[in-house]
Design a protein around this ligand. Structure first.
Ligand code: NAD
Length: 286
């Protein structure tokens, strides 16, 4: 039987979440996505109007189908967490059931279970500020949206992940090496995400035999990356210095996610898997 995947963090066709959805769809999976509430209307109307049709083409020529788009804001676990100014915000008022707990309940009611959970989201309001200039509020917001959001997603979806299932997130090497410009506590958030990947692999493994891995991806010109402001420089740096002198494609990350979700990876858990043309292995620029 085909697998079912829930991919949190898809709001256009430029990011890693979209590419992972495509690779999983090409491997025969049914695709559900979780889309950030403020981005939901544009994403759904663009999908409907065919704006993504060219990007939906799979290797066999068919178009990727997204069975259902769920509204999601992964910084809120349940309705009691949602402050009044968000509840009454125009961009949120039109949607419902978008906290993590409610989204998991909706997926359960609609489909019963999933096999693959993907976390492809991050947010750091002060990402352009150096760590020394980052406020407590900005730092905690980065951790909340980029790290705890994963703990919460796995916690709420774990009961409906089938045995043999797999959970995957996206991280960045700024967690372990100095990448000036990746500020606002985002480097800290990725370090937490990688550490949590190990602990969650243990807990979800012992509890349900679920595997938990994170992909440390090289630079991609996504919407989120463009907001950081140094993405073109990072892409040029990688092409100039990585063992493989090519630009990384999102599809290469998508294919790794499909591998990690498959039985081919049945003994791989708790890992940080580099998909970066080998840049992580370099000790100096060349
Ligand atoms: P992207 O813009 O495609 O994805 C980020 C998504 O997060 C967006 O769809 C956004 O709407 C969503 N989001 C933000 N806050 C949210 C919230 N509170 N609740 C739900 N969704 C929320 O950009 P991307 O670069 O593909 O990012 C995907 C993942 O890949 C992130 O974890 C990112 O850190 C990681 N990553 C990116 C790069 C890169 O160079 N682009 C490199 C390594 C790792």
């Amino acid at each position: 039987k085909g697998k079912r995947a829930f991919i949190a963090g898809v709001a256009d066709d430029n990011g890693y979440g979209w590419a992972i959805a495509k690779s999983l769809a090409a491997a025969g999976a049914e695709i559900l996505v979780g889309t950030w509430v403020p981005a939901l209307n544009i994403f759904e109307s663009s999908l409907r109007r065919g704006k993504f049709d060219e990007s939906r083409i799979l290797p066999d020529g068919s178009l990727m189908e997204i069975t259902k788009v769920y509204p999601l804001d992964a910084v809120f676990d349940n309705p009691e967490d949602v402050p009044e100014e968000i509840k009454t915000n125009k961009r949120y008022a039109g949607s419902s059931n978008w906290t993590v707990q409610e989204a998991a309940e909706c997926v359960k009611n609609d489909f019963g279970s999933i096999d693959v959970l993907v976390h492809s989201l991050a947010n750091g309001p002060e990402v352009v500020k150096p760590l020394l200039e980052t406020s407590r509020k900005g730092y905690l917001a980065a951790i909340s949206a980029s790290s705890y959001s994963y703990v919460s997603l796995l916690k709420h979806f774990l009961p409906i992940i089938n045995p043999g299932g797999s959970s995957i997130s996206l991280t960045y090497i700024a967690s372990e090496r100095i990448i000036p410009g990746y500020g606002g506590g985002m480097s800290s958030a990725k370090a937490a995400l990688e550490s949590d990947t190990r602990v969650l692999a243990f807990e979800a493994g012992r509890k349900k035999g679920i595997r938990v891995n994170t992909i440390s991806a090289g630079p991609l010109r996504s919407r989120a990356a463009k907001a950081i402001g140094f993405i073109d420089m990072m892409i040029d740096y990688s092409s100039a210095n990585a063992p493989l002198e090519k630009e990384l494609s999102a599809e290469e990350v998508g294919n790794t996610a499909a591998f990690l979700a498959s039985p081919l990876a049945s003994a791989i858990t708790g890992g940080v898997i580099y998909v970066d043309n080998g840049l992580n292995a370099m000790g100096v620029g060349v």
